[in-house]
Design a protein around this ligand. Structure first.
Ligand code: DX5
Ligand code: ZN
Length: 221
């Protein structure tokens, strides 16, 4: 039988959906199940209407996580906090286009700290806003829910944006990764894979699954 998808995505489970009272155990558990990154959702109660946790919580996982951190800063003017999230385990720091007065300067600051840059856009932001900065970006994060909360419904308006960045990358010969975040499970991950995504964030689908290994395998396509 033919494969459903031509290629598999990488997966970055969001620890927002973990049990915070046993965060270390939950992270150790998912790290054993074929994941690629750990998605760290930082919310400031200002850029988004919710507060999650800060860098101390992330750093408490150093030595527990066996995969690199993929940090998603949902924070107004994140340039103020970038340094706090730099660890040996930090691979990407993603900031929101809508949250930065000087996005180019913010990306430079991330690169100067030896970390890969990510830029995220909210559902209402058009993909062209990043056109002038694509060369400076290592990962583009397309939000498929309004940022702020886990467990929301996937918005399929994210699909043409994913394809836009895939086509742009081919056209310009660039190599950034394309990531998608919000409302994704094994029931719909084929949509984002077909649109061209490289990395799938999944919170509730992974942490609440009866069989986490099975759900992870299915999400990857
Ligand atoms: C939303 C966060 C997401 C969220 C994903 O603001 O950025 O990472 O936790 O959770 P699910 O997969 O439950 O939608
Ligand atoms: Zn996120």
């Amino acid at each position: 039988m033919a494969e459903m998808n031509e290629r598999r995505a990488l997966i970055s489970p969001s620890i927002l959906a973990a049990d915070f009272a046993r965060l270390g155990e939950d992270v150790a558990d998912v790290c054993k199940r074929g994941i690629d990154y750990l998605h760290v959702d930082v919310m400031d109660g200002n850029f988004v209407p919710n507060i999650s946790f800060g860098s101390a919580v992330m750093k408490s996982l150093n030595g527990i996580s066996t995969v690199p951190y993929d940090v998603h800063l949902m924070v107004e003017e994140p340039i103020r906090y970038i340094k706090d999230f730099v660890t040996d385990n930090t691979e990407f720091i993603t900031v929101h286009q809508e949250a930065c007065k000087d996005l180019a300067g913010t990306l430079r600051a991330i690169h100067e700290l030896g970390i890969k840059t990510g830029v995220s856009i909210k559902p209402g932001t058009s993909p062209e806003v990043l056109d002038d900065l694509l060369q400076e970006i290592d990962m583009i994060l397309v939000m498929s829910v309004e940022p702020g909360f886990g467990g929301q419904k996937f918005m399929d308006s994210s699909l043409p944006k994913i394809s836009y960045y895939r086509d742009k990358r081919d056209e310009l010969g660039l190599n950034y990764l394309i990531e998608v975040d919000g409302g994704i499970s094994s029931a719909n991950s084929n949509l984002v894979i077909d649109a061209g995504v490289d990395v799938i964030v999944a919170g509730s689908a992974v942490f609440n699954a009866a069989d986490r290994t099975d759900e992870i395998e299915k999400i990857k396509g």
